[in-house]
Write a protein of this length. Structure first.
Length: 140
């Protein structure tokens, strides 16, 4: 199996809380950045999705904090799509320090929304496969 898609992020001082830890909400920003980076790497743009009347939606997100992150830490945020064949899919993400320490694990449930009908599309897996220049990045 190939390595999961990942992007590197440096924790910025203004993202930390009063204890000097990365603020909890910023983990969601990092996860979102990695997901959009994966779409971009696969050849899918936000403009293309909107042009087709589609929008990715987050339905559920769980974060498990494992180790603290401080300003200046560099982390790799991975992104692996898991397909169930239904209207939704899971995205497993890990925030890992460059020394290999896992700082957080993020699990999300998402889907693709038909922006006109305001309903989830029946098979997002096939839409990603059709739109992507590199569907392998989605595990397809």
């Amino acid at each position: 199996m190939s390595e999961p898609f990942a992007v590197r992020v440096t924790v910025r001082g203004y993202e930390t809380d009063v204890q000097g830890h990365l603020n909890q909400s910023v983990y969601l920003n990092y996860a979102e950045h990695a997901r959009w980076s994966l779409l971009h790497a696969a050849g899918i743009t936000q403009a293309e999705l909107l042009g087709k009347g589609l929008g990715p939606v987050a339905l559920e997100t769980t974060i498990r904090y494992r180790r603290e992150l401080l300003a200046g830490d560099e982390v790799d945020v991975s992104c692996v799509f898991e397909w169930s064949g239904g209207k939704t899919f899971r995205i497993e993400q890990t925030v890992t320090k460059t020394d290999g320490t896992v700082a957080a694990e993020i699990t999300a449930v998402g889907g693709l929304l038909d922006l006109t009908a305001r309903r989830m599309v029946a098979d997002p897996q096939n839409i990603f496969r059709e739109l992507a220049d590199d569907p392998a990045l989605f595990g397809l």
